[in-house]
Each structure stands twice: as C-alpha cells, then as structure tokens.
Design a protein around this ligand. Structure first.
Ligand code: PMP
Length: 779
C-alpha cells in the first residue's frame, strides 16, 4: 500500500518561475491544489496555462502515457474540451529537470480551461445529461488509444476494492462495517468476475466532479474535463460509475438523476444491458472505495490533511440511501430512462439523415393528408427536455406553447414515477389503489368545500363529457351554455360545446353561445364602465332563448383562459356574475381547467380562482399527467350520486396506477419547484417585456393574459383593429425558423399564443422577447 502515502513535489515559486522559462509562454504563477503532482496556474496576457510538475514517484512511462493520450484526443475529437499540450521551446511535450532539493522531476504545460467545478454548479437535468454525454465522448476519443503503462495498478481502480477488505476493521461504527463488508464481499464474489466480461479500454479513471468543469455563465454546459493522471486500462463503464458517484454523492442524488446521466452517456455511446446491470454495484464500489481509502489514510498518517475525508463521509451517507433504494429499483429506473430516450436520440446522435418527405408521405397515407401539422416547415421532434424540444437533426427549439409537458418535457421525477409504477402494477379502479386514492385526496385538498369526489378518465374531452352527463342528471335540464368560440373537446356531446372547431353542420338545438368578454375588440371595450356586468348580461339572452325552446340550462362550461377566444383577461367580476345567472336559472357551472389549471395562470392552482368563483364541477386534463393521459372530473358527492342514479360509471384506463403515479408526480414537482410562484413571476416578466415591444412595433395591438398564458394580438391598424392574420402566420413561422415555438389563436387567427411549460425561466422569456422583436422587425 505504498501508493497510499502521498509525497507530491514541492518547488517554490522562484523555481517554478525558472521552469516556465523553458516554455514559449509568459505569465504570472499561482499554486493550484493537487493530490499527487504540483500544479501552477500561469496567467498570461493572451492565454492561461497549467504548469504540471509530476511526482518523482510517477514512473516515466505513466507520464508518457498521459502526454500521448492528450495528443491522441486532440486528433480523435478535436472539439472535446480537454487541456491541450503546449510544447516546450525545444519542441518536446515535457521537460526533465532536477529541483534544488536534488530530486528529479518532469514538467509539462497544458492550456487552462476556465469554468467552475461541477460540484459548484446547480444540478439541472440538462447539466447531468450533458455530463453523461461528455464522459461518453471522452471514452470514445480514447477508444483507439493504447500504451503499455496502462496496465499499471492504480489506487482508484474499482477492481482494487477487495484489497481493502482488511481496512474495514478500522471503521468504528458496526453498522457501517457491516454495510462495507457486504459491498466488498459482493464485489469479490460477483461484481469482479462480471467486470471481466464487459468491454475495457484505456479510461480516464477519475471523471469526478472536481475534474469536470461547467461553463460559468451557461451552467448547463460542460466546459471541460481535466486531470489525465489516472489513466488506466479498465472497464469502460467504470468511468460512467465514477461520473455518477462523484457528482451526486453529496447532493442526495435520486435514481432519476442517475438515469439522466446514464441516458446522456447512452445518447453518445449505447450502454450495454450487462453494463447497466453493473452500475448500481459500481457506484456503490466507488463510494465504498473512497471511504476506505480515507479511513486508511486517517489511521496510517493521523493528523495529515486529506481532502478526500469529508467527501468520503458524504459518500457513505449516500451509499446508505442507495442501499435503501436498492439495486433493482435503480436499475429499473435507468433502463426506463434508456428505453425512453434511446429511440429518440439514436438517429440524431448517429447523424443518420431523416427523410422528412418520406415521413410526410407515410403520414398522409395512414392519417390522411388533411390532418394538420404545425408550421409551414413541419418539425420532426425526437426528444424533449425541460423547455426544450430537439428535432431529428439535433437542433433545439424553445418550447413556448406546449402546455401538456406542464412541468417540463420528460421531467425526471415524472418519468421515474411512471417507469417505477409501470414495472410494479398497472390496473384499474375496481381494486383499491393507493396511487389513485392519494391523487384524489390531493386534488380535493386544492378545492374548497365538498368539491372532492373524483371520477377518473383519460382526456379532457372525456372529463367534459362526463361533467355534462353529471350536470344533466343532477339538474334534470338539457340546455348548455358556452362561449362563442369555445373549445372543450371531441366527443359528440362536447363537440356541441366547441364552436371554435365546428365547420358548419347544424347548430345543436340545445346549445347557446354567449359573447366572450373581449375588452379589446368585443362590443364593450377596456375602460368602459360596468364591463363585467355588460358582457355577463348576454347570459340572460342565452337563458331566455333556451326557455323559448322549452329548455333550461343544465350547465355553463368555461375555460378561464378564454384561450380559443383569443386569450382574454375577463373583467374581474364577469365570471361570478355569469355563474350567478346560470345558477338562478337552475344550471351548474363547470370550470374546464384543461388549459387553465395547475398554476398556469399564476397565483393559484386553478384558473377559476383567478376570478374568485367556486364551480360545481371542475374538469382537468392535459397537464395533469405531464403528457401521460389523465383526465379527472371533480365534483360534490350529490352531483356524482345523481349520475350514479342514472348509470354506472367506470373507465377501464381512467385512474390506472401508472396514470395516477404520473399525476402525483406532477403535483410533487409543482410543490417542490414552486412552480405556481414561477408562473406568476416569469409570466409577469414576460408580459412586461412583450408590452415593451409595443413601442417599437405598431402591429402589436394588445398583450394580455395571466401567469404563463399570454396572448399578443396583431393588428394592421390600432384604430380599426383590422386583424393581421397573414402577418401572424408569418411571425409564428419566423419564430419557428429562429428556434422559438409559439402558436396562434383566436377567431381572427391574429393572436400569438404563448403558453410554455411552467418551468419557464426569465432567461427563456428573454429569448422569446428578443426573437419576437427580430421577427417583427423583419416582417
Ligand atoms: N378543454 C379545453 C379547454 C381544451 O383546450 C382541450 C384541448 N385543447 C380540451 C378540453 C380537450 O382535451 P383533450 O384533447 O385531452 O380531449
């Protein structure tokens, strides 16, 4: 165990300064920490470098390997951010010298990579994904490299773990001893032999958080990997295990975070199933090895500072957490993550050309050519992450209009919940189910009074259809009231509530549409008195008209974002006034929260709360499962009873365990990431920024909305309000071409629809404002 005793070289600065003169660079020297070598930062005018003085204990062949590996990577993957060798004045990559103390040393100079160490960066899923990708690229760049010194025995080689069995006795706590014993024995008996069957090559050997640099401004980007002093020939998957263990050990890393690193890795170098199966043991081995090395050093050389000691303690704590999670769960989560992403990224990562025309022809054949696609140049999306979508060429787009991936595309917590539950049980609500009951309880807790009975379905349309049936059963009436350009879904009954999408056909005799409270272009305008009451008065006409046909209202259905009416900000008292009129006429009020719910409108969980009303029935869909099909009708017990007096109610898939797990995970994320507050703050920031553009762009007539649902109405003339329909289409397509995805809405097709996942941040809002500014300027 000689190699455990550290003895780095220790030149003074004057000596180092003399040394740097052998290289064709100038700069100021500052010592940097190193466990085994001695390093100086050389800050020059044009560039900075790291002067590495390697230990006399390191044999010449190992140093030679390090230098050759860097030269090899520079050719194999020239854009990989690793240090580049700066040859000495005589053209050699290193210089040999004898220090004043009389010991022989070698030194070389490397370009300095700026950045913060990964340990200090916020761990976004994008960063973890990129970290995995970078480690995989490094493995690829080294794949064809060979050097005889790579067979050396190295302290941090995970295969050394059984050698540390004797150190376990020195651990004080008996539970810790038992845990370490179990890991080391398992490694010796099972893991070691299996490691002999997986691919091996020369690997980095220490892809730990202090050797990985993150861009200090774009903190999702890996800016570099440094320290090539631990190269050895070993299992390729070891580098991945270290990359995971050393980044997450002091952050209470979750299985989803681990899966994110692995899927990043997998998008560059597919991870073989047998390697996936080894990861749990290898991560545990790394943590155990770090801990035992620290224990050894502490007991061999007491009093000597060991930078690894604190890390090792945190590592042991995380090791216990991992043990509680268990290898099976972790492996399942990783597998789910890979299955999830493998298909998507394979084509783009491999650079395989995607034939869009052929895809379109095939789509036309099987779905019919009239089925609409977004954009003049349609997009073929293969991957999503947070607020970003990636197309098949690898180009990324800022997603500013998809409200289904409410907490961000492929949010790891939701992905993990779905994957975990799918691997355990997926059945229906005719059995007692923990997930669906918890989901109903948590949804009920967000609503006042007796609004707590949940009926589970699979889509917004279905939820509205069931709500309508409930309303008819409860009231005994048959009339329906909705907004003039409403959209509530696709079933036959709900199509009647959806004039926005109807193209002719007979007007359903039992339906009445009321005028939307559009203070910008409607009958009554912003600033006029009693706006809410005047718009709401249209309800009286609808009720009277139903009465003429011998009908009474069973329900009024409303989407609080008034999305298809062009994203409206209704007068504050409008909904309460309409609700009162409908109720007085014997009808129920249904809040369709498919668009407005889950914090979309900021400040509160549900859109109708923005207007201070309490509905009789609430329907939810789209965002409820973050993309997993989940619809829910929430109502009072007596209303559900009325339906059950007429019919039984059961939806085969509605409320299944997996959908319910997805729904619970969405609620978790909204709470844990404070997304309602985010929607309020970022929405306000975005709206202000968009309003700011009005001064420069006459075409913007109005900017409105709540939270993160914003409409920007484009007009040819601010006085006549002539709709700028063609221009709106050009803007939507122009934004798409610049990588920002928005949509359009409203009966005149002139309202830009801005409705991103509510994890949208200020920096994303700035991209929208800036890009819209450019596109409008180029019209
Ligand atoms: N209600 C509203 C307000 C909607 O916007 C939609 C979908 N756009 C629906 C209901 C229908 O939901 P789904 O497509 O899930 O059936």
């Amino acid at each position: 165990m000689q190699f455990l005793k550290l003895n780095p070289p220790c030149l003074d600065e004057a000596e180092a300064a003399r040394l740097i003169r052998l290289f064709p660079v100038e700069g100021e020297l500052r010592p940097l920490y190193s466990e085994r070598d001695q390093n100086f930062l050389v800050t020059g005018k044009a560039a900075s470098y790291v002067l590495k003085i390697v230990s006399s204990q390191d044999d010449a062949a190992s140093i030679d390997m390090q230098l050759q590996a860097l030269a090899h990577i520079a050719e194999a993957d020239p854009t990989l951010p690793v240090p580049r060798l700066q040859p000495a004045g005589d053209g050699d990559n290193s210089v040999s010298f004898t220090s004043e103390a009389g010991s022989a040393h070698r030194a070389f100079l490397l370009s300095y990579l700026p950045g913060i160490i990964l340990n200090e960066a916020p761990l976004s899923s994008a960063l973890l994904h990129n970290h995995g990708q970078m480690v995989a690229r490094l493995g690829r760049a080294l794949a064809g490299f060979f050097h005889p010194a790579a067979g050396r025995q190295l302290l941090w080689d995970l295969r050394q773990l059984p050698e540390f069995a004797a150190v376990i006795e020195r651990v004080e706590d008996s539970t810790d001893r038992a845990l370490l014993d179990e890991i080391v024995s398992r490694f010796a008996a099972h893991v070691g032999p299996r490691l002999k069957t997986v691919r091996a090559q020369i690997i980095h050997g220490d892809a730990s958080a202090h050797n990985v640099l993150v861009d200090s401004t774009q903190q999702q980007r890996i800016a570099g990997i440094v320290d090539f002093g631990d190269l050895y020939h070993g299992p390729l998957v070891s580098d991945l295990a270290v990359a995971i263990a050393d980044v997450l050990f002091n952050r209470d890393g979750t299985p989803a975070q681990i899966a994110t690193i692995v899927s990043g890795y997998h998008s560059v170098t597919p991870v073989a199933p047998e390697e996936v199966d080894l990861l749990y043991d290898l991560i545990s081995a790394r943590l155990a090895l770090s801990y035992l090395i620290a224990v050894y050093r502490r007991t061999e050389t007491p009093g000597r500072e060991d930078y690894n000691a604190a890390l090792a303690e945190d590592g042991l704590a995380w090791l216990k957490q991992l043990k509680n999670i268990g290898g099976e769960t972790l492996t399942r989560t990783i597998r789910a993550g890979l299955g999830h992403r493998a298909g998507g990224t394979a084509s783009s990562a491999a650079g395989a050309p995607v034939d869009m025309d052929s895809l379109r022809r095939r789509r036309d054949r099987v779905m019919g050519p009239r089925m609409r696609l977004f954009y003049e140049n349609p997009l073929h999306m293969v991957r999503g992450e947070g607020v970003w979508l990636f197309d098949a060429t690898g180009r990324r787009f800022l997603d500013v209009y998809n409200n289904v991936p409410h907490v961000g595309h492929c949010h790891p917590h939701v992905v993990e919940a779905i994957a975990r539950q799918a691997a355990i049980l997926n059945t229906n609500t005719r059995y007692l189910g923990e997930q669906v009951i918890s989901l109903a309880e948590r949804l009920g807790a967000t609503l006042p009074g007796d609004l707590r009975i949940c009926a589970f379905v699979n889509s917004g349309s279905e939820a509205n259809d069931v709500a309508w049936r409930m309303a008819k059963a409860y009231t005994g009436n048959g009339g329906g009231i909705m907004m003039q350009a409403a959209y509530h879904g696709i079933t036959d009954a709900i199509d009647a509530f959806s004039p926005a999408e109807r193209r002719g056909g007979q007007w359903p005799a039992h339906m009445r549409a009321i005028m939307p409270p559009d203070g910008y272009r409607g009958s009554y305008r912003y600033g006029e008195p009693d706006l809410g009451a005047r718009y709401a008065a249209d309800t009286d006409k609808a009720i009277a008209s139903l009465a003429e046909a011998g009908l009474k209202p069973a329900a009024f259905m409303v989407d609080s974002t008034f999305l298809t009416n062009g994203v409206l900000e209704a007068p504050q008292d409008y909904l309460a006034t309409v609700f009162a009129k409908v109720r007085a006429a014997g009808g129920l009020c249904i809040a369709d929260e498919v668009q407005a719910g889950f914090g979309r409108m900021g400040r509160s969980m549900w859109g109708h709360q923005t207007y201070g009303v309490v509905p009789d029935i609430v329907t939810i869909g789209k965002p409820a499962g973050n993309g997993h099909p989940l619809g829910v009708v929430i109502t009072r017990p007596e209303i559900m009873d009325a339906l059950l007096d007429e019919t039984s109610f059961f939806s085969t898939f509605g409320g299944n365990n997996v959908s319910a797990a997805a729904g619970l995970a969405v609620l978790d994320v909204i709470e844990q990431e404070h997304l309602i507050e985010n929607s309020t703050a970022v929405g306000a920031y975005l709206k202000d920024g968009l309003k700011g553009l009005m001064a420069r762009h006459e075409i913007i007539g109005d900017v409105r909305g709540h939270g993160l649902v914003i409409g920007v109405e484009l007009v040819r003339d601010r006085a006549s309000l002539e709709p700028a329909r063609e221009e709106t289409a050009r803007v939507v397509n122009g934004m798409r071409d610049r990588g920002v995805l928005i949509g359009s809405e409203g009966q005149n097709g002139c309202v830009l629809k801005i409705r991103p996942p509510i994890v949208f941040a200020r920096e994303h809002a700035e991209i929208v404002i800036e890009t819209l500014d450019q596109v409008l300027a180029s019209l």
